[in-house]
Design a protein around this ligand. Structure first.
Ligand code: PRT
Ligand code: ZN
Length: 219
């Protein structure tokens, strides 16, 4: 019988990919390319890395396809808007920090959330935005876009946007100004609902312990 292997879902390429791999390497896990680009093997421990799109990570982990996953809190919250995420999150990882912000064109006379009531707001995060609108007691039309959200006002697709911001440059070059903080985000380590099988419990604990050590030492 083949030895069971712990599976960790990580972003294949993108903003979290490199830092996720650094965390894994920093924890003493030596990653080598496996059978294909989607699978990396840890050569010194019974662990595989499933390299996927970040959007697939919450579902993979929730379905027990992977025991652990590294994903942005924003993506997790959008996938599971009604779940208690503290039950899923093992730890915050301190990288991939960004904020989801409501932004309006520079000339927009923004007085508070009521200013966007009845307006059209473009976003890739409809569930998070819906919850924010509801918390603020207003309704607005949500225009869901996969990307390029920042051009929506200029294209007259929407009056405002709700998008991720890190440096603020993208908003600035598109003549938009941030007006509300909707969500703070960073990469998080998440776990599957089922406990790992007994054979993998020690390796699971080791990974979590080492990730914690690396995260604390890198601040
Ligand atoms: O291909 P895949 O689906 O895996 O990746 P993706 O294209 O969906 O995501 P990716 O790689 O762009 O981002 C992965 C995660 O990084 C996000 O889910 C966030 O948790 C985190 N992150 C951190 C960011 C940013 N910072 C960020 N600035 N994700 C996106 N942005 C974008 C933002 O959408 C906007 O277009 O950067 C632009 C704004 O940046 P500034 O610096 O101009 O403000
Ligand atoms: Zn994605």
């Amino acid at each position: 019988m083949t030895e069971p292997r712990l599976r960790i879902a990580v972003q294949k390429s993108g903003r979290l990919a490199e830092r996720s791999l650094e965390l894994i390497t920093g924890a003493g896990l030596r990653a080598i390319r496996g059978a294909n680009e989607l699978l990396y093997r840890i050569e010194n421990h019974p662990i595989d890395l499933l390299r996927v799109r970040d959007d697939d990570i919450p579902t993979f982990v929730d379905d027990n396809v992977a025991e652990l996953g590294i994903v942005g809190y924003n993506v997790l919250k959008e996938h599971f808007p009604d779940k208690d995420l503290e039950e899923i999150i093992v730890m915050r990882l301190g990288f991939g920090k960004c904020t989801l912000k409501l932004a309006v064109p520079i000339g927009f006379d923004y007085q508070g959330p009521q200013s966007v009531a009845g307006k059209r707001i473009a976003t890739s995060y409809p569930n998070i935005l819906k919850a924010w609108l509801s918390d603020n007691g207003i309704t607005a039309d949500i225009v869901e876009m996969r990307g390029g959200v920042e051009v929506a006002p200029r294209m007259h697709i929407a009056d405002a946007i709700c998008d991720l911001v890190s440096t603020g440059t993208t908003l600035e070059v598109n003549n938009l100004k941030p007006v509300e903080l909707v969500l703070k985000s960073e990469a998080v380590l998440i776990k599957a609902p089922h406990a790992p099988q007994p054979d993998l419990a020690h390796i699971y604990d080791m990974v979590v312990r080492r990730f914690d050590g690396v995260t604390k030492s890198t601040g």
